[in-house]
Design a protein around this ligand. Structure first.
Ligand SMILES: Nc1ncnc2c1ncn2[C@@H]1O[C@H](COP(=O)(O)OP(=O)(O)O)[C@@H](O)[C@H]1O
Ligand SMILES: [Mg+2]
Length: 606
């Protein structure tokens, strides 16, 4: 299986992968890491040199002590020569001083590398997810995308910042220590080497068990985040349907699972730590005992024995950090897998290689056998639709929920591309159209009128940031929004809270109408955009609409037939097909579905 086919898996949708897939996912992670580290290779090389030199300097300490005790001390006490003793003291000072200065330097260097990688990953994730097509965002939950930007990046940072540092340190110090120990006293070196076997077994056990443990904690922590985000983003529904108790219970259960999973991991350290201490002390005891015999027999200098013991202790010292590294490596690797999964996700709606300009659109829409299905396209939502909407026509789309009205609208706005056939604006396939021209030409207003943090004026000027204050006010007046805006505390400069908390849903819709007025598109799509307006507001918008729609192509999806009445033409959709097509008058006369709808509506008005 190629890496390409893994892209569609979107990171963590499944619990298990085949070996091939896992390998492809790992390659994907390594590619990502490689591409972020590549521009930093000089900094990395410098860091490596600094780390190696500082570890060597820190490793020579015990050798100097051996020299001091065995050579310098007798020289001073027996022959009165203080030169060697001073030499040892100076060497100790210099290696210690330079060694620690280098440690200080490489801590900063590593932090610089880490922060550069984090900055790159963070901006890449943001830029990329923002570019991804609507189908990605409709299937990838917000909780998951938040995890990518928060906890995943945190575990990668933790690894790069702290643990990797410790691992490299432990490996270098361990290697130099072993080498110097062999040079100094190979028998003690041999003892340490033999203890390597039980040590390797202990570490291996820990790696295997902790891998299981950490995987469990990650799975549970992902559930925890999803539970939290879903409850808080859906808080209105939660409170309206009194779901608090049940959510509490569900959240507590997941939290308890999380605690248990973490405790299980901590218990592993409860075995590892004493194991390491036991091994270290056993090794020291053997080295000490064997050394003592040799010192007694005159075969070993006492200073060398002290140095050997110090080296053994130094060797075991950082091993717990190695275990900790394995800990953060596991979660960072998993995080990197998920992040690289999102980054390799490709937009399904791609910008054309050679964009065709539509600088002055007229607004004719032509559907040539357009078919569409969500996801892999296996379930068709729109069936070979042939349709021409002449420039300037106002078309109303009606039909039962799920008939495919919004889908058709989203195709016109090119949030999706058809799976079959072609959709053209003024004869240009939307897939070939210049994306900037297309965004300017086609604007879709939906029921969920999203307000960004900022002022009301800024929100209206979304599509035309260079609009003047007068233009913004004119657009608001045209949409019938100026009345309530002027009543706001700071008028047009009022800061709307996040998600427009301070204005009602209907007012939000009026703002988004003003937004559309100001953007002045050639093709305007209103998908149930008047649904949360009250009748007086709707009547107001109705008048505005008639003016707004006069000289442009419009597709209006609405449940209220009063809105439909202003249309030149009505399309009735059923199961992804247009089943009736004509002027409102014609359709009423024809006595089909629209006529029945109209009859019911007329009865309700009476
Ligand atoms: N993002 C989506 N992913 C998968 N299926 C979808 C998606 N959006 C809509 N559908 C399906 O497509 C069909 C048409 O939906 P839609 O166009 O929203 O209908 P309408 O707007 O007429 O109520 C429905 O069966 C719906 O379940
Ligand atoms: Mg809809």
């Amino acid at each position: 299986m190629s890496p390409e086919s893994v892209r569609g898996t979107r990171g963590e949708d499944r619990d298990s992968y085949t070996r091939e897939e896992s390998r492809a996912i790992r390659r994907r992670s390594i590619r990502l890491l490689g591409s972020t580290l590549k521009p930093l290779r000089r900094l990395i090389a410098l860091t490596a040199v600094v780390v190696v030199v500082s570890s060597i300097l820190r490793a020579v300490g015990p050798t100097l002590i051996a020299f001091g005790i065995d050579e310098a001390l007798p020289a001073a006490t027996e022959r009165g020569e203080w030169g060697p003793a001073i030499l040892v003291a100076v060497a100790f000072l210099v290696t210690g001083g330079v060694g620690s200065a280098l440690v200080g330097w490489y801590v900063v260097l590593i932090a610089r590398i880490t922060q550069a990688v984090m900055l790159e990953l963070r901006t890449r994730i943001f830029r990329h997810t923002q570019l991804l097509s609507l189908d990605f965002h409709e299937s990838y939950t917000s909780g998951r995308i938040i995890s990518r930007q928060t906890s995943d990046l945190e575990s990668i940072q933790e690894l790069l910042d702290g643990s990797l540092n410790e691992l490299v340190d432990a490996i270098l110090i361990g290697t130099f220590t072993l080498a110097l120990l062999f040079l100094l006293d190979w028998r003690s070196g041999l003892v340490l080497l033999c203890m390597g076997l039980p040590l390797a077994l202990l570490m291996r056990w820990f790696v295997v068990e902790s891998q299981k443990g950490f995987r469990a904690t990650r799975v549970v922590s992902a559930r925890l985040i999803v539970q939290f985000v879903e409850t808080m983003t859906g808080i209105r529904a939660v409170q309206a349907f009194r779901r608090e108790r049940r959510n509490d219970a569900a959240f507590s259960a997941v939290s308890r699972d999380y605690r248990d999973a973490n405790l299980k991991v901590v218990r592993l350290f409860g075995t590892l730590d004493p194991g390491l201490i036991l091994l270290a002390n056993t090794t020291i005891a053997i080295v000490l005992l064997w050394g003592a015999f040799r010192v007694a027999g005159g075969g070993l200098a006492i200073g060398v024995l002290i140095a050997a013991v110090l080296y053994v202790r130094n060797f075991f010292g950082p091993l717990e950090d190695v275990a900790m590294f394995l800990n953060s490596y596991q979660s960072a690797a998993a995080a990197l897998e998920k992040v690289s999964g999102v980054l390799e996700e490709e937009p399904t709606v791609v910008d054309p290689a050679r964009p065709v300009r539509i600088a002055e659109p007229r607004g004719e829409l032509r559907f040539d056998g357009v078919s569409f299905g969500y996801g892999d396209g296996s379930r068709t939502v729109l069936e070979r639709c042939d349709l021409v909407i002449p420039a300037g026509q106002t078309v109303a789309l009606v039909g039962t929920t799920g008939a495919g009205k919004s889908t058709l609208a989203k195709l016109v706005a090119r949030f999706y591309d058809p799976t079959g056939g072609a959709l053209r604006l003024d004869g240009t396939d939307l897939r070939d159209a210049d994306p900037v021209d297309l965004r300017r030409a086609v604007v879709m207003v939906t029921q969920e009128a999203y307000l960004f943090s900022g002022t009301v004026a800024e929100n209206i000027a979304l599509g035309r940031p260079d609009a003047t204050g007068e233009e913004i006010r004119a657009a608001a007046r045209a949409a019938g929004a100026d009345g309530f805006i002027e009543a706001l505390p700071d008028g047009y400069d009022t800061d709307v809270n996040k998600r427009g908390g301070r204005v009602s849903a209907g007012q939000r819709q009026l703002i988004s109408f003003a937004r559309a007025f100001l953007a002045d598109p050639t093709v305007l799509i209103l998908d149930e955009a008047t649904a949360s307006l009250d009748l007086p507001s709707e009547r107001l918008v109705q008048d505005a609409l008639q003016r707004l729609l006069a000289d442009r192509t419009a597709i209006i999806i609405a449940h209220r037939l009063s809105t439909v009445a202003i249309a030149d033409r009505v399309l009735v959709m059923e199961h992804g097909r247009v089943v009736e097509d004509g002027s409102p008058g014609e359709l009423v006369a024809a006595g089909g579905r629209y006529a029945r709808l109209h009859e019911e509506w007329a009865a309700s008005q009476a």
